[in-house]
Design a protein around this ligand. Structure first.
Ligand SMILES: Nc1nc2c(c(=O)[nH]1)N[C@H]1C(S)=C(S)[C@@H](COP(=O)(O)O)O[C@H]1N2
Ligand SMILES: [Mo]
Length: 199
């Protein structure tokens, strides 16, 4: 009894309000899963309010930035949380630094395949724990989970973690992305229950 209770308390401290833990890894997105046979056709464009716009190949990303591993919890706005995910990739901050983000920039637009977008404040993008990830739990991302590269912003609801990332745009104003135009929160902090625009 005592141990059970302690464990429950510990877990509830890790799980934000109105979330339930799952051990599955649900697949959620709008649109179609892209399948890349050949990564030479893939690139990542870094642009907007930067001194040095960049067009990065997958090889560039792996070879020009320090590899980093981070363990964290996923919180999806639809109510599931998945604990203890190990991601491998590069720090978003390192990309921002190399691009030389200008001081007028306050926000980031993540551009994915098929024109899907998500927005977040620059301060969330450059957090130590914010990654551009290419592997999950020791395996390359599967096509369904964002291969070859996805954002991982674990301190925000998981919809901000764009799969099939193709562009990172630094902007002055905060422009709503795909879900944000449909009523989702501009920031989306799960600990503050920021699900919809009115939360
Ligand atoms: N490109 C793209 N990325 C996306 C989405 C999407 O529709 N398109 N959906 C988001 C949402 S709502 C969630 S919950 C997570 C789900 O990631 P998963 O399928 O790997 O669990 O991806 C996010 N990233
Ligand atoms: Mo979601």
């Amino acid at each position: 009894m005592f141990f059970g209770k302690t464990k429950q308390t510990a877990q509830s401290e890790r799980v934000p309000p109105n979330q339930n833990v799952t051990t599955k890894f649900p697949v959620l997105h709008a649109g179609n899963v892209p399948y890349y046979e050949d990564l030479s056709k893939w690139n990542l464009q870094v642009y907007g309010l930067v001194d040095q716009p960049m067009l990065l190949s997958f090889e560039d990303i792996k070879s020009s930035f320090p590899k980093t591993e981070s363990e964290n919890d996923i919180h999806c706005v639809t109510g599931w949380s998945r604990l203890d995910n190990v991601w491998e990739g590069v720090r978003a901050k390192d990309i921002a630094e190399k691009a030389g983000v200008q001081k007028e920039a306050g926000y980031v637009i993540l551009h994915a395949e098929e024109g899907w977008t998500a927005n977040l404040p620059l301060s969330d993008f450059i957090r130590e724990t914010s990654l551009l990830a290419y592997a999950h739990n020791g395996e390359p991302l599967t096509p369904e989970h964002g291969y070859p590269l996805r954002g991982v912003f674990p301190h925000l609801y998981f919809w901000k973690s764009a799969k099939w990332l193709r562009g990172i745009q630094f902007t002055k104003e905060n422009h709503p992305g795909f879900w944000e135009k449909n009523g989702y929160h501009m920031r989306g902090d799960p600990w503050k229950n920021q699900r919809f625009i009115w939360d």
